[in-house]
Design a protein around this ligand. Sequence first.
Ligand SMILES: Cc1cc2nc3c(=O)[nH]c(=O)nc-3n(C[C@H](O)[C@H](O)[C@H](O)COP(=O)(O)O)c2cc1C
Length: 274
Amino acid sequence: MIKSTDGTPMQIKKIRLISFSPTRTSKKVIDAIASAMADIPCETNDLTYPDAVSELHVGADELAIIGVPVYGGRVAPLAVQRLAALQGSKGPAVIVVTYGNRDFEDALIELRDIAVKANFLPLAAGTFIGEHSYSGAEMPIAADRPDNADLATATTFGSQILEKLLALQDWPGADSLKVPGNIPYKAAAGKMPFTPLVLQSVCTECGACLPACPTGAISLASGIQIDQNLCIFCCACLKTCPEDALQIAAEPIKQKVQWLHENCAERKEPGLYL
Ligand SMILES: Cc1cc2nc3c(=O)[nH]c(=O)nc-3n(C[C@H](O)[C@H](O)[C@H](O)COP(=O)(O)O)c2cc1C
């Protein structure tokens, strides 16, 4: 348990690391934030995979750190669905969105609203940069982010959150944390009618991509098959394949990749809201 400056117990007995993170950048960021709070017991609730829990109660004496990716300037739709499992108890939450160096637009404010609706009190918020899901060797976009500098910022952010918690005399109001973004949010992008292309001649059928898929869209029968109805084009399979047997081949996405590569090369930095 941590104690406030006047010695009053703040009742934080546990940290809950809650993420939806197909290509693992959001997870890396919240892990680095929590590394600054190593004295407090920590439980990980990864909502990325199809076996994600459908109900997750978080006690008033727990600090929830919630990390999700930005898709189309909003919280990734499947993250919204999986976060519906969350039931807070008016305890504090740290909300974090990770984006691929283009923009996070209305994702942070959307995540704040999701947290408030789930009965959390948002205490701090962060925007971090992760390697873009569409980034590859030929068209890198924010390659290798979060890098050491980002992770150091995340750890410092964790220390600042701890300081804020320790100095609090009372829990923050549900609407006390101001974050950038618009209400109403920008319109959600529709589901893309594509899947990555499997180069069957390159694929060794090792099966590494199957457990990486957040929707269970990939099967291995006569070669790797991807169910287009389930695929969210998160690119976790591409990033997991040891043979580069999965590729972005759909023309509209290839054009987007080129645009991102050319127009989002300038390094953006994390944003911290406390
Ligand atoms: C369908 C889709 C939409 C995306 N939209 C955005 C976006 O609007 N802005 C941006 O900067 N990055 C965007 N990205 C990139 C991800 O936000 C970024 O790669 C993030 O780090 C992925 O998080 P994860 O590793 O936790 O899955 C998008 C990625 C995908 C797959």
